[in-house]
Design a binder for this molecule. Structure first.
Ligand SMILES: [Mn+2]
Length: 400
């Protein structure tokens, strides 16, 4: 099709004149419903955790495929769009490629549309070529080309695949030049930060504001943000279906999207996560029970073996409460998938009554008092003060 004519066709179909609106509505009582997801990053190593937990987190990302398929069925959606970073790296092992493909193949009633992102660009001889060299299940479609593709009658997907780690431009710019049949729904699929909140402010591939409107899109399915987020009424980030880091940007969802001609898309986030990652700050006061405060941080009805938690404890506690809190945290850490606490900014109030309540006397008491004095000595080296705090923690945990 000739480019010039094609642009006109697109504009005719898109322009909100009474005639085209009439046409678009008449062609469609048609409604297209699909699941939008992204940032699976299959094979992510999670090297900062124990090998056992890392393996469980990797497995959870594959298991999410079955959860997403179930969500698609529940929503009456036959298509799942993965908006980039399906795999975590450009050279996954054969196993890391094969197992998720098998999970998708098992959900044979769903068609999976996979877009290469910045983690897994469609570079020559890369993983996407490996996929295509094998026998790909019929319900898996790789979006390695920017050519529009008809996903269903009257529904066209416009992919913006990454072909290298640095495309150097906003790939959604091309949408305005992509012709689609008159009246067809235009659904863009792209990956990257928007100019407003790109993780890398100078990222040349950042997606410009208004990309969906400029490209004449009914919906723009975005990936890269890891949390779900509305950019504008036709552009959303789906986020990762299974969280993979601590920032609180609402990960752990997929989006159920309903698109109809002329209408604002109806988007509903659906929870899919198995693991819950949380980062909290607990500010303690000398009054009150710090163990109760700690327990109130996390929903106790949620199994702790599926929670990864970071807690920064600040404020001040009495010496005896501090020992009880650290002892409690030590025992809890065995129940959590992962629990890390930071309490170098937690001050300790040492009173004679506290030491007596601990039964600390003689050399133990003298050591505790010396360490406490050093930890508060403004003239001491800061690293010595931190060491003294840590030593006091250990001493009181053992003494408790
Ligand atoms: Mn990404």
């Amino acid at each position: 099709m000739a480019a010039a004519g094609a642009v006109d066709k697109r504009r005719l179909a898109w322009a909100p004149t009474p005639v085209t609106l009439l046409f678009r509505y008449s062609s469609g009582s048609m409604t297209f419903r699909f699941i939008h997801t992204a940032d699976w990053q299959l094979g992510k190593p999670f090297g900062r955790f124990s090998p056992e937990l890392a393996a469980q987190l990797r497995a959870a990302r594959i298991d999410a495929i079955g959860t997403i398929a179930a969500a698609a069925r529940a929503q009456g959606a036959a298509h799942v769009v993965v908006a980039g970073d399906v795999w975590d790296c450009e050279t996954p092992s054969d196993e890391t490629l094969a197992k998720p493909l098998d999970a998708m193949a098992q959900a044979a009633d769903v068609t999976w549309w996979l877009l290469p992102g910045n983690h897994d660009p469609a570079a020559r001889h890369g993983l996407w070529d490996r996929l295509r060299a094998g026998t790909l299940p019929a319900n898996i479609r790789c979006l390695c080309s920017a050519e529009p593709v008809e996903a269903a009658p009257g529904v066209v997907f416009l992919p913006a695949p990454w072909e290298s780690k640095n495309p150097g431009r906003d790939l959604t710019e091309d949408y305005a030049r992509k012709a689609t049949p008159e009246g067809a729904l235009r659904i863009g699929i792209a990956h990257g930060g928007t100019v407003e909140f790109s993780q890398d402010a100078v990222q040349s591939s950042a997606i410009a504001k208004g990309a969906a409107a400029r490209g004449g899109l009914d919906y723009l399915a975005l990936g890269d943000w890891h949390g779900h987020k509305r950019v504008d009424e036709r552009s959303w980030y789906a986020g990762t279906p299974e969280p993979d880091r601590f920032p609180q940007n609402a990960p752990g969802y997929v989006l159920s999207v309903e698109v109809a001609p002329g209408a604002v898309p109806v988007v509903e986030p659906l929870r899919t996560a198995r693991y819950c990652w949380s980062a909290d700050r607990l500010e303690l006061l000398a009054e009150g029970d710090p163990v109760t405060r700690f327990e109130a941080l996390h929903d106790q009805s949620f199994e702790r073996r599926y929670r990864l938690a970071k807690v920064e404890v600040t404020g001040a506690v009495r010496l005896e409460d501090r020992a009880a809190l650290l002892d409690h945290i030590g025992r809890e850490s065995h129940r959590y998938a992962h629990l890390e606490t930071e309490h170098s900014r937690l001050d300790t109030l040492i009173e004679a009554a506290g030491l007596e309540a601990m039964g600390a006397e003689g050399s133990l008491r003298q050591t505790a008092e010396d360490l406490h004095a050093l930890s508060e000595d403004a003239a001491a080296d800061p690293s010595r003060r931190d060491e003294a705090k840590l030593a006091l923690d250990l001493l009181m945990t053992f003494a408790a």
